[in-house]
Each structure stands twice: as structure tokens, then as C-alpha cells.
Design a protein around this ligand. Structure first.
Ligand code: NAP
Length: 256
């Protein structure tokens, strides 16, 4: 039974794992036995994260790849380099993301494109490069980190909502083309999780009160809440789950 969730020896790349949700997911995959490649754009932060991981999981189990997930050339070169010098990427978590809060009428084209690039196009770019290798081997897992905004809108985060909604259908599109090649591609949709990205919201009494009232579980999520579901979607336990989005949101998308 425990073998179903065992990731021993598998190599997992988690984008945007120098902090926040990505870091917690990478640590969870490493706990389950995976070797992990951490990623971010800030080299110093990435190096620090890597040092902390190596203390816990050992030098051999932790690698770093500093690249911008929105830059096609950097992505292609980083994926090729990981495959050649570290090993076959068996699990990819497309986690890197950012938020931009502004009324839709005020959003500049530049900010719209920045959010779509980081939150949606990146999953296409990294997913495509990794899938080229996984399809040759006939197996692989891709987990796209979605959001409550994959399903529901809220004022002032239109580009993010469009990107995360798009990510659900990109997950389905990848499934349509790659599931027959042995890949399982699924989405993992966190609810409101307390991280750096949401610190300002946690500190805002009105928003915080709204979250506590709107979430059936009655609390913010923690990064640890996402670890079990991520290990599940990365492991043999989810071998026949294809193109789904698993909401880990304390029930927020289940009720009005
Ligand atoms: P975070 O704390 O702000 O961390 C973002 C991570 O993404 C960092 O490691 C950052 O690297 C990396 N990143 C940003 N742009 C990048 C780029 N162009 N190339 C490579 N890496 C990049 O965010 P988070 O709250 O953990 O969110 C992680 C994911 O979960 C996002 O997709 C987000 O939409 C999703 N999510 C979050 C929540 C929540 O409540 N927090 C809820 C639902 C979904 P640097 O450190 O180098 O900048």
C-alpha cells in the first residue's frame, strides 16, 4: 500500500520553489523519496533555499536550476541541461506564479501580459519541453498549480483569473495529446493559502474576515495542506487520473 505513494529515486522539477507553495511541495516530494530540482529567478534566494533543502535531504537529493519560466530559450536550455546532467524528469510541477491586483479598467496591457506569461504561458513552455522527453520514455507526471480562480472570479484580479482558468483547459489539452503517451497531467488548485503572496490579505482585517466566513473549513490553508495531494498526483497512486483539477480549498468552491 505505501508503495503507491513512494517517489524513491524519481526526479521532480518544481518551478518557483525558492519559497512559498513551491518550496513546500518540493519538500513534500523529497520527503516521499524524490530527488528535487528547485527553481526561481532570484539566484540568491534560490541558493539559500537549496542550502536549507540539502541540510534536510542531503546533497545528492537536491539541485537548483535558475531560469525564467517565461523565457522559451532559457526553459529549453534548462530542461536539456537537467535531463543530461541530473537525470530524467519524471515529475514536473508548474508552480511559478504571481498576482496583480487592480480594477480591470485600469490594467495596462503590459501588466496583463506579465500575469498571463508567468501564470499560464510558462506551463505551456516548461510542460512542452519536459513532455518531449517524457513522451520518448512513455511515462511522466505534470502537475499544474491552479487556484480557486480556476473556477471562480473576484473583482480586481482579472488577468490572474483568466490565466488560472486557462490553466485548467491547458491541463485538458495536454491530456488530450499526451495521456496516450503514458503521461498523467492534472491540476492542483489551492484555496487561499497563507504565503508571502497573500500576506497583505491576511493582514487586512476585512479580507481576513471574509475568508474565514467564506471557507467552510473556517481557516486559511497552510502550505502543508497541499503536500499530500501533490505527492498523490506525483505518485503511482494516481496512475489513472487524467486531466482533472483537484481543489484543496477547505470547501470554498463547493458552496456559495
Ligand atoms: P510566492 O510565495 O510569491 O512564490 C512565487 C515563486 O515563483 C517564487 O519561488 C518565485 O521565484 C517564482 N517565480 C515567479 N516568477 C518566476 C519566473 N518568471 N520564473 C521562475 N520562477 C518564478 O507564491 P505562492 O503563493 O507560493 O504561489 C505559488 C503558486 O501557487 C502560484 O502559481 C500561485 O498562483 C498559486 N496559488 C497560490 C495561492 C496562495 O494563496 N498563496 C492560492 C492559489 C494558488 P523568485 O523567488 O526567484 O522570485
Amino acid at each position: 500500500m505505501t508503495g503507491l505513494f513512494d517517489l524513491s529515486g524519481r526526479l521532480a522539477v518544481v518551478t518557483g520553489s525558492s519559497r512559498g507553495i513551491g518550496s513546500a511541495i518540493a519538500a513534500g516530494l523529497a520527503e516521499a523519496g524524490a530527488r528535487v530540482v528547485l527553481n526561481g529567478v532570484d539566484e540568491t534566494r534560490l541558493r539559500r533555499a537549496c542550502d536549507v533543502f540539502r541540510e534536510q535531504f542531503g546533497h545528492q537529493a537536491v539541485h537548483a536550476a535558475c531560469f525564467d519560466v517565461t523565457d522559451a530559450a532559457q526553459v529549453a536550455s534548462a530542461v536539456a541541461d537537467i535531463e543530461t546532467s541530473i537525470g530524467p524528469i519524471e515529475v514536473l510541477v508548474n508552480n511559478a506564479g504571481l498576482q496583480h491586483r487592480e480594477p480591470l479598467l485600469d490594467v495596462s496591457v503590459e501588466n496583463w501580459k506579465r500575469v498571463i506569461d508567468v501564470d499560464l504561458t510558462s506551463a505551456f513552455l516548461v510542460g512542452r519541453e519536459v513532455a518531449r522527453h517524457q513522451l520518448r520514455r512513455g511515462s511522466g507526471k505534470i502537475i499544474n498549480i491552479c487556484s480557486v480562480q480556476t473556477d471562480l472570479a473576484r473583482p480586481s484580479i482579472a488577468a490572474y483569473t483568466a490565466a488560472k482558468g486557462g490553466l485548467r483547459n491547458l491541463t485538458r489539452a495536454m491530456t488530450a495529446e499526451w495521456a496516450c503517451g503514458g503521461l498523467q497531467i492534472n491540476g492542483l488548485a489551492p484555496g487561499y493559502i497563507h504565503t508571502e503572496m497573500t500576506q497583505a490579505l491576511v493582514d487586512d482585517p476585512e479580507f481576513n474576515g471574509w475568508i474565514l466566513g467564506r471557507t467552510p473549513a473556517g481557516r486559511w490553508g497552510t502550505v502543508d495542506d497541499l503536500v499530500g495531494p501533490a505527492v498523490f498526483l506525483a505518485s503511482p497512486a494516481s496512475a489513472y487520473i487524467n486531466g482533472q483539477v483537484l481543489f484543496v480549498d477547505g470547501g470554498m468552491t463547493a458552496v456559495v
